[in-house]
Design a protein around this ligand. Structure first.
Ligand code: 3MF
Ligand code: MG
Length: 349
């Protein structure tokens, strides 16, 4: 799909409008029905929605295949009537008792089989919704203590699972979303480099790419824009989860640009420079409302993040690239630094 420069399509998931529970306290906002979340998405100028399998079919493990198909069809009709496109489906492989000690890398063959089955079911849901993209966030594939798993074997188990899904449906593409830790102490596919490496180990590397989440890169001590550039160099940046993160804390999913505006600017810059979206890739936001927000203002993190992206896009497209090139040529990086800061602060340079 040809994309004019500077034009983007935005998406988020139902989990991004949440009830505000955290590990230390209960929900503080009333739940909002899925259809209302869809209406909010449209109202805020979003054209796409991302889903976990059980966002589409709640309590999925208790339902038969025909019940799952029936409920997914209902959601498809709802999406169509709201004028929204499903971006991807991600199997939620970290909630069920079967995945307590990992999904594809569980030490039990029976529980590994559960994870494979659950994922093929997610592929069936994708087909009903009408998307060929599956995101896998490998939440519990790693270790709480290193001696509990054989790390090399885990890598091959994930590769084999990916190959099984590629064979199950030749139309799908798999996007690996890496994260270095949380909920596990140490994740086996922890960075975008690991994800890209794993894609080349698969039976069909052209159908395995990745999703870079800003906060996950920061948690790994890396710069999100460099991670995006790395994936772009491999033609494997197939989605992004923009948000922000204050260094090595718990996964914060703050509004895009909220912590480090320059870091956010450089993410927009790299996406714009390499015409991200030209093959239909979405700008996904994976942001969380602060627990302090009341229900009526519980979606500002989403609209603010999109607006910050668009404001930063203005900053990217209005950058004086001749001046930038001149300063690079002169190797006057102190001056380049000052120019970028003045530009971001809206000060006359
Ligand atoms: C965790 C995440 C997840 C994934 C989602 C889709 C809950 O840190 O970022 O959000 O993005 O499961 O893969
Ligand atoms: Mg995410």
């Amino acid at each position: 799909m040809a994309k004019p420069k500077g034009q983007y399509r935005f998406s988020f998931g139902p989990w991004n409008i949440d009830e505000g529970a955290d590990p230390f306290g209960p929900p503080v906002r009333e739940p909002i029905p899925l259809q209302n979340k869809m209406k909010t998405a449209k109202k805020l100028g979003f054209d796409g929605m991302q889903f976990h399998d059980d966002d589409v079919v709640p309590d999925i493990d208790t339902k038969s295949a025909s019940q799952i198909a029936k409920e997914a069809t209902k959601i498809k009709t709802m999406l169509d009537s709201e004028g929204l496109v499903p971006e991807f489906v991600a199997p939620r492989l970290w909630f069920a008792p079967e995945t307590i000690d990992g999904a594809y890398t569980n030490n039990s063959a029976r529980l590994r089989a559960y994870a494979i089955d659950r994922t093929t079911q997610a592929i069936d849901i994708m087909n009903i919704l009408g998307t060929t993209s599956m995101v896998i966030w490998l939440a519990r594939e790693g270790t709480y203590i290193r001696e509990s798993k054989v790390a090399r074997k885990q890598v091959l188990q994930i590769r084999d699972a990916i190959n099984a899904f590629l064979a199950y449906d030749p139309k799908i593409r798999i996007l690996i979303e890496p994260k270095p830790n949380e909920p596990v102490d140490s994740a086996i596919i922890s960075t975008i480099g690991h994800a890209v490496g794993l894609s080349y180990m698969s039976d069909d590397p052209m159908r395995v790419g990745c999703l870079v989440e800003s906060a996950h890169s920061v948690l790994a001590g890396l710069d999100p824009s460099d991670d995006m550039a790395y994936a772009l160099a491999h033609d494997k940046l197939w989605s992004v989860h923009l948000n922000d993160q204050g260094n090595m804390k718990f996964d914060q999913d703050k509004s895009f640009g909220s912590y480090n505006l320059r870091r956010a600017f450089n993410q927009v810059r790299v996406l714009e420079e390499y015409a991200y979206g030209r093959n239909g890739e979405w700008v996904g936001l994976d942001v969380k409302a602060m627990r302090t927000q009341k229900k009526a203002v519980g979606t500002k993190h989403i609209s603010n993040s999109k607006q910050t992206f668009l404001y930063l896009l203005d900053k990217v497209t209005s950058l004086n690239t001749d001046l930038e090139a001149e300063l690079i040529k002169a190797r006057d990086y102190e001056e380049l630094d000052r120019y970028i800061l003045c530009h971001l602060m809206g000060k006359k340079y």
